[in-house]
Write a protein that binds this ligand. Structure first.
Ligand SMILES: [Mg+2]
Length: 134
């Protein structure tokens, strides 16, 4: 079953409060926690980049190297996650989608277009309001 693999023995300290599921070295979806951690670090440095209008000079130091590091960390974490949790057919589909998305993003970059409104907006029915008499 995808998402459940054997954890190496001694992966977690015996006094660890949790089972360590979702961490690198766990049996359950190993690497998920690392993906989230690295996404958070990339979000932090990109937030700083936006805060200084795209300059790499920030009160916290030069951001260019950190953007490179954290983007690479996210890529590595996602690749690790995919390699450990997907079977060979899923990994092939993953790689095909990555390639297709990169091509699509390059295409959008070459020919940027304003977003178009949805032809048919999706109606979201609201739940009925609670009644006072019930
Ligand atoms: Mg990092």
């Amino acid at each position: 079953m995808a998402g459940v693999v054997s954890a190496p023995s001694g992966a977690f300290p015996p006094d660890a409060p949790g089972a360590g599921d979702f961490a690198i070295g766990s049996r359950v979806w190993p690497g998920v926690s690392k993906v989230l951690e690295e996404m958070g670090e990339l979000a932090q440095v990109l937030g700083k980049l936006i805060a200084v209008a795209g300059s790499t000079s920030h009160w916290d130091g030069d951001l260019r190297g950190r953007v490179i590091e954290e983007a690479a960390d996210v890529l590595a974490a996602v690749r690790f996650f995919a390699e450990l949790n997907l079977d060979s057919q899923e990994l092939r589909a993953f790689n095909v989608r990555v390639f297709a998305k990169i091509q699509k993003f390059h295409d959008w970059h070459r020919r940027p277009q304003a977003p178009k409104p949805d032809p048919e907006p999706i109606e979201t029915p609201l739940p009925p309001a609670p009644s006072d008499d019930g």
